[in-house]
Ligand binder design. Sequence first.
Ligand code: ADP
Ligand code: F6P
Length: 326
Amino acid sequence: MSVFKIKTIGVMTSGGDAPGMNPCIRAVVRTGLANGLRVIGIEDGYDGLMRGAFRELGARDVGGILQRGGTVLRTARSDEFRKPRGQREAIRQINNANIDALVVIGGDGSLRGAQKLIEHGLPVVGVPGSIDNDIYGTDMCIGVDTALNTIVDAIDKIRDTASSHSRAFLVETMGRESGYLAVQAGIVTGAEMVLIPEVLTPVEEVAAMVEDAYRRGKTHCIIVAAEGFRPTTLSLGEQIDALDLGFTTRVTILGHIQRGGKPSAFDRMLASRFGTQAVEFLLAGKTGVMTGLNGREIAAVPIEEVIANKRTLPLEYIQMARTLAR
Ligand code: ADP
Ligand code: F6P
């Protein structure tokens, strides 16, 4: 890998926001400054990159953001950037601003976008930030822990109502095509069942479980369903409620509350480590890599490898969710 000289780095957040993006921005800025670099904040993800929405960041500009959810640089999903014309425009803006290298904090899509910039010759380090935990090459992404804690709080509360009314509840978690949040939440809230896109579960099986829970004298029945599971949670809720299974059924879609809120201690630490390491990778001449948590270590995982592979859900979680739900 050739070593390149960098004086100015850019930092941006892209795709869905995730709690912990702010501490990561802070770490990038302060590690950059500590190493004599200029740091430019890019607003609104790839949208801002294409229109040159840049502002220089000093140490004080990132003061007081460690504990805040969302991202102070804001974020976006940009269709324009998917086109070669948008990518060329972004490179032009980067060159005009004399930005030598970029740190992109975002999900799987954002890393695909980063790969396009790398192919244009720009040094880039990616940082995995997404509540979905669906990115290959890292044990955890920024935001997952906080989102899980939000889900757990919500399900604990729903259980109070479910028990008081003897109801079945279908609770939908986010995660796109990944069942990670649902299965983890199911285990730590003691849900009766978890429905995830990775495991085909017929409606009859869900109905039989609900009926069985009622027969065994349970006062509630909590089913955690990932948004990627089919049939959709709403349709499944209607089908289950129409059957005479003992419990009446309600559906709660947790939605975007899962993306907000102050980052947990775990996410602040992970984000601080990733942000620091991202700059250190660039200083060491590493480009085209993502900071990936591998056990206790942070590895430089080639972005090409990250986007070419799908992260799979450990089978042991699925099994554990089943065994512990008896
Ligand atoms: P996330 O990063 O959270 O997965 P998205 O999938 O929406 O969120 O991706 C964020 C942005 O990254 C997209 O809006 C788009 O601008 C850019 N992007 C995603 N995939 C590609 C791609 N294949 N080529 C170029 N840009 C992409
Ligand atoms: O990737 C994060 C995520 O919250 C997914 O879990 C969800 O499918 C999607 O983003 C929702 O996107 P939007 O906020 O654009 O509706």
